[in-house]
Design a protein around this ligand. Sequence first.
Ligand SMILES: C[S@@+](CC[C@H](N)C(=O)[O-])C[C@H]1O[C@@H](n2cnc3c(N)ncnc32)[C@H](O)[C@@H]1O
Length: 208
Amino acid sequence: MSISKAYNSWAGSYDEMLNKTRDLEEKVARQTLDGYYKTIVELGCGTGKNTGWLLEKCDSLIALDFSEEMLAKAGEKTNSSKVGFRQQDLTKDWGLPEVSTNLISCSLVLEHIEDLDAIFAKSSKILKKDGFFYISELHPFKQYSGSKARFDTGKGIQELETYVHHITDYTEAAFTNGFKLVQLNEWFDEDDKKNIPRLVSFVFKKTS
Ligand SMILES: C[S@@+](CC[C@H](N)C(=O)[O-])C[C@H]1O[C@@H](n2cnc3c(N)ncnc32)[C@H](O)[C@@H]1O
């Protein structure tokens, strides 16, 4: 099943089913992004877990996702005139103006995208100088041990297509595209560092 079809089919239960990764990421975003950003682009907004909260931190937000069912769920959660939801495959041209954005926020999406360099290149183009790129993903240690996005369809477990990204895959793609690293954090279940970290988060700043 293609990734977009899988998310279309997951959309109805995504918010309700037990999902430690989703719930931890919600906390991570709120602990990490403490500023006001004027304009935000959210990559892979899904059902809008972070969209409503990000709307409180900006004057306008564009939320991109290629799953119409995930977008529909996100749209049901807000009637704000500050947000524009757009169906968009992130591996294609985003159609957004250059140097227009103060923050890009991307949570739990890049495990589905093979080419990180292309994502950083497009992000660099649309960000203003000194703009930020927040990324939060399943930690590669979890990926090495076999974790990946999956859900119960009711008829069995559907695993989604994923790509392993090492920490240096993120940092190298960032440095190549004019970013510097300003924050790197690892996040653990129950805050217990005896566990394998569940998530890794980065904040990059566009330097030129
Ligand atoms: C695990 S969900 C995360 C949603 C939301 N960011 C969150 O944290 O709950 C991943 C989302 O990324 C979207 N996605 C994955 N690959 C994509 C691509 N190539 N283009 C656009 N959206 C994509 C999926 O449709 C899905 O909504």
